[in-house]
Design a protein around this ligand. Structure first.
Ligand SMILES: *Cc1c(COP(=O)(O)O)cnc(C)c1O
Length: 423
């Protein structure tokens, strides 16, 4: 747990998403431990352990924080895990598999513009890196092999100053050798666009921070004849977002697979104009020499990503959202029995657009700061991670990444915490 520093992350990085299924991938590992090379392999220890991480001495976490890469993103539904296991039993052509899964994903996304397609990538960060590379090189093999040397290619990516300053993924843009050109107003964009301009780039979760909003940015790109990219990594729910930005005019949209979509943590998707998605694919593994050769997605993750989208699109969002509210209400009811503690509910507008609960305490009745509360919960057994609030006398949490039964544990740990800190 020493490496998980909750306070280095802002709440707006928390993603959004789907319901929880308790099955962890340990079943996969258990199945593989039985036989190796035709002989019976010895199980290292405690073969029936309920938790593979116990064997490693690594503490598991109850997640009231959100879809956070640092603690494993999200948990895959059993159907996704089963698809990955099935995929692990055969060799296939990876380019053929990327083509087939990309086609299936695009077909499932109703209303996707007809000239758009999808491909599985190594996370949203991988989608950004190979997406930007593809915009520069097209399908030209010579240019692909030349990156990050931009000789013969465009070199500028236009990005709003407020986005650029707060964004955590600038290096994925810069990796292909481009320069980021900062702008603030639409006039700045019109002035900045010239023969070197490759792309207009947008960070969806920072929409509120920039002067030019998400739809205006796409319109500017169209007006100026430059492709535009939107990083939407953590921006479902709602599910409709999966096609909304392509419809809005974005030529490329990046998604995390291992956040609310609950696919493999190391997978993601790039969805957009067919020529640009194809070019992006050619800039990444399994092809070499390419800049993106290190951004490999295994056959298991490729299949898992496809299956995760299928499961995600099939689910009933209303039932699921009700369930998330119920979990929070259960915890709230328990906490309201503690004198001096109050709760309030809200839904953040973007990036963690899910039911969220604020837990507040009267500082005259408890000698407890937000930091102490986070530490108390984190250092307990089981470890519980909730969200930081800035006022020093409250916490927040969401419930969409909790496993069944976790709401009971969270409520009981919070009650213990308040009991232990009565002023
Ligand atoms: C999580 C995230 C990423 C990176 O996604 P990965 O799937 O982990 O590569 C990129 N951008 C934003 C806004 C994110 O939230």
């Amino acid at each position: 747990m020493g490496t998980v520093n909750q306070r280095t992350r802002r709440n707006f990085l928390v993603g959004a998403g789907a319901s929880i299924v308790a099955l962890l991938p340990e079943k996969l590992f258990a199945a593989r431990a039985v036989r190796s090379g035709g002989r019976l392999a010895k199980a290292p220890s405690a073969p029936n352990t309920a938790n593979i991480y116990d064997e490693l001495g690594v503490t598991t976490i109850i997640n009231g924080w959100g879809t956070i890469t640092l603690i494993g993103g999200s948990l895959m539904p059993p159907e996704v895990v089963a698809a990955m296991e099935a995929a692990s039993k055969h060799y296939v052509s990876i380019p053929d598999l990327l083509e087939a899964t990309g086609d299936r994903i695009a077909k499932m996304l109703e209303g996707l513009p007809p000239d758009h397609m999808a491909t599985v990538t190594s996370g949203a960060a991988g989608a950004i890196m190979c997406g930007v590379s593809g915009v520069l090189t097209g399908e030209n093999q010579e240019l692909i092999q030349r990156l990050p040397d931009l000789t013969g290619m465009k070199s500028d990516v236009i990005f709003q100053k407020a986005h650029h300053e707060a964004y955590g993924y600038n290096q994925q843009i810069l990796a292909s050798g481009v320069k980021i050109i900062e702008v603030e107003y639409p006039e700045d964009v019109r002035r900045a666009v010239n023969g070197r301009t490759a792309l207009l780039y947008f960070a969806n979760y920072l929409n509120a921070a920039g002067r030019i909003k998400v739809d205006a940015w796409a319109k500017l790109a169209k007006e100026l004849g430059v492709p535009c990219f939107n990083d939407c990594a953590a921006d479902t729910p709602p599910i409709a977002h999966l096609t909304a930005y392509n419809k809005m005019g974005y030529d490329l949209v990046a998604w995390s697979g291992g956040k609310a979509i609950r696919g493999p943590q190391c997978a993601g998707m790039l969805i957009g104009r067919k020529d640009l998605v194809r070019a992006a694919r050619l800039n990444a593994a399994p092809f070499d020499p390419t800049l993106g050769r290190g951004m490999k997605v295994g056959k298991e993750e490729i299949v898992g990503m496809w299956k995760a989208v299928e499961v995600y699109l099939r689910q009933d969002s209303k039932t699921e959202t009700d369930d998330w509210w119920d979990r929070l209400e259960y915890i709230s009811k328990q906490l309201r029995k503690v004198q001096g503690v109050t709760t309030a509910f809200y839904v953040p507008p973007i990036a963690n657009h899910v039911p969220t609960m604020r837990i507040e305490w009267d500082p005259r009745q408890f000698s407890l700061t937000t930091d102490q509360a986070l530490d108390f919960l984190k250092n307990g057994k089981p470890s519980v991670l909730l969200q930081e609030e800035n006022d020093g006398v409250s916490l927040a949490m969401n419930s969409f990444m909790l496993r069944p039964g976790d709401d009971r544990i969270v409520a009981s740990r919070l009650k213990q915490m308040f009991q232990a800190h009565r002023a």
